[in-house]
Design a protein around this ligand. Sequence first.
Ligand code: ADE
Length: 237
Amino acid sequence: MAARPRLTIDIVTLFPSMFTGPFTESLLARAQKEGLLKIRLHSLREWSDDPRHGKVDDRLFGGGAGMLIKAEPVVRAIQALAGKRKRTKPWVVYLSPQGRVLTQSLAKTLVRKKHLIFICGHYEGIDERAMKWIDEEVSIGDYVLTGGELPAMVVTDAMARFVPGVVGDPDSVLNDSFSAGLLDTPHYTRPSVWRGRKVPAVLLSGNHQAIRKWREEKAWEVTRNKKPALVKSRKRN
Ligand code: ADE
């Protein structure tokens, strides 16, 4: 029997089919099949206040190019999805370039929630008056995308790795790049000599203590070379 999911994510979007692929392949597909994670996609048009045409956007007051998503469908969506699971108040996230930038630590915080609602904006975003129903804005970086769909996929993927059972080997999550505040160490696979290039001998030695030490030193070296700011922000312990 499938486990009861620890986390349910409701994603509200104008383009649910964009999520096919990222959510139907690989680890995210398996996590859902095994009941570790529940992801539900919803078309914002379901909550249109113009049911005949399913329109959810309109022109900007004050002029300007582009269209804005109206407040009413967004708030109706949030209220309807919150109402379905009365026992836990959902955490409502609006994906926006104005939000807090996603980090490994933010992904870890978000995954502790039981129920998340992701609102994906499009066009010029959403009517400011809907912001009262949003708990947090999250960005995936300081650049502007065409909508919140790709960011919602990125945030979901980053969080899913922290759900126990999603990634087969929990050590690989704990030791991966950023979780320890450092970048990942270099990795190698067969053959041990490829085009004349050898795998570092210590990795073939079977000496686990020496391998651990080598990996730790390499992680520091790679981080110092590629992202020195990370070294500065982390105290060696
Ligand atoms: N929507 C558009 N650009 C975005 C970004 N960088 N992060 C999150 N949502 C967005």
